[in-house]
Design a protein around this ligand. Structure first.
Ligand code: UGA
Length: 358
């Protein structure tokens, strides 16, 4: 089957279309292709400007509804971005987190296996588990996976995501590609607590909120954990590198794993050049904030060290390092994330300050 970008008869289903990645994917599909979009989500505030687009159809729903799952699987390409992916919820709401990250995507995978759709499923870099400070590159088909004990409920999310990957990989007749995001950041990431969401968002949104409010940035367990932050726009380019395979007519019904085919493969999507400790991230973001606002560093409170368990609750645990191997995406899709950390942080914080005011 061909998925030519100028073929207006093609509809892509995006589950989680109103979310952080979904809103950027929607914009990119509508500007770079002639495709139509069937978008499913519970919240559409990020995509208000697209709600009346004649190439789009939206549905307020989630994957808990079997009929919705069947409907989504009628489209030839299904991108599943829907998930509860905020660490502060993994402890207190573990059953809900597991339903959202295993039961629902597994049902969608079953439906896609039946209908023949190409399922592009978003997993997580967190499936690499409780990595240590001296863990090296995380390699898709090689790295051993270790999680904390069941009492460390932080791993509810990662283990549910991992089970979904195993389920997808084990399904006969499913055409699939799995994406493992490494800390995507950019405009519209998460929320500002107390304004358009509650609890603790992921680190970039949390630091941005604290800066806007003049509050100290919180360094969990000293901020020694490392992450490799990746521009959401690089992530969208990765998806277009995948779509290009469809554009070239390489989407076949043969789902056997073949070398150099993106089907039946999991890909890390990350930027190893952007690795940084959280304490260094705090320093950089304070610096960028002074430049955006034209204020001095003295006016910004010093970061505060907090304990992970006190901050997030009993059962919190952490990955100390997440450094992606990106060879597979480069080899198979000729894709490499390009955006340097300073650029993506400045872009994200500028957007946050403009959007939420100060
Ligand atoms: C989360 C999700 O669990 C992953 O599924 C997802 O793939 C990943 O985000 C992502 O965005 O890709 P994590 O990297 O731990 O995983 O998310 P954050 O909450 O952003 O935490 C990053 C690090 O910053 C952790 O060490 C955390 O303890 C620390 N942190 C977070 C702070 O020091 N201060 C804060 O205010 C928030």
């Amino acid at each position: 089957m061909n998925f030519r970008f100028n073929d207006s008869s093609i509809t892509v289903a995006i589950v989680g279309c109103g979310g952080f990645i979904g809103c950027h994917l929607l914009d990119a599909i509508l500007t770079r292709t002639q495709w139509r979009v069937f978008g499913v989500d519970l919240d559409f505030y990020r995509i208000q400007h697209r709600l009346n687009d004649e190439r789009c159809e939206f549905m307020v729903a989630d994957l808990a509804d079997k009929n919705v799952v069947e409907r989504i699987a009628k489209y030839p390409v299904v991108v599943n971005l829907a998930a509860i992916c905020t660490p502060s919820r993994y402890m207190a709401e573990a059953p809900e987190v597991i339903r959202s990250n295993y039961d629902h995507p597994a049902a969608l995978a079953d439906a896609c296996a039946k209908s023949g759709s190409w399922l592009i499923h978003f997993s997580t870099s967190e499936i690499y588990g409780r990595t240590s400070a001296d863990s090296g590159l995380l390699v898709e088909d090689e790295t051993e996976l270790t999680f904390g004990p069941v009492t460390a409920s932080r791993w509810s999310y990662a283990t549910a995501k991992l089970l979904t990957e195993r389920y997808i990989a084990g399904l006969q007749n499913l055409k699939w590609t799995v994406v493992r995001p490494f800390n995507f950041v950019g405009p519209y990431m998460d929320y500002m607590p107390g304004v358009d969401g509650n609890g603790i968002p992921r680190v970039l949104a949390n630091f941005s909120s604290a800066l806007v409010r003049g509050e100290p940035l919180k360094l969990v367990n000293g901020g020694v954990a490392k992450r490799s932050f990746t521009s959401v726009f690089d992530a969208i380019d990765f998806l277009f590198a995948l779509f290009d395979v469809g554009q070239m007519g390489l989407v076949t019904d043969d789902v056997a794993k073949v070398e150099n085919s993106p089907f039946s493969q999991a890909f890390n999507v990350g930027n190893p050049d952007n690795e940084i400790t959280i304490a260094e991230l705090a320093w950089k973001m304070r610096q960028i904030f002074t430049e955006i606002k034209g204020v001095s560093m003295d006016s910004i409170p010093e970061p505060e060290v907090v304990s992970g368990v006190e901050y997030y609750g009993e059962g919190y645990d952490d990955s100390m390092r997440r450094l992606p191997s990106v060879d597979k995406a480069e080899r198979i899709l000729n894709f490499k994330a390009q955006t340097p950390l300073d650029v993506v942080l400045r872009e994200s914080l500028t957007w946050f300050v403009g959007h939420y005011g100060s």
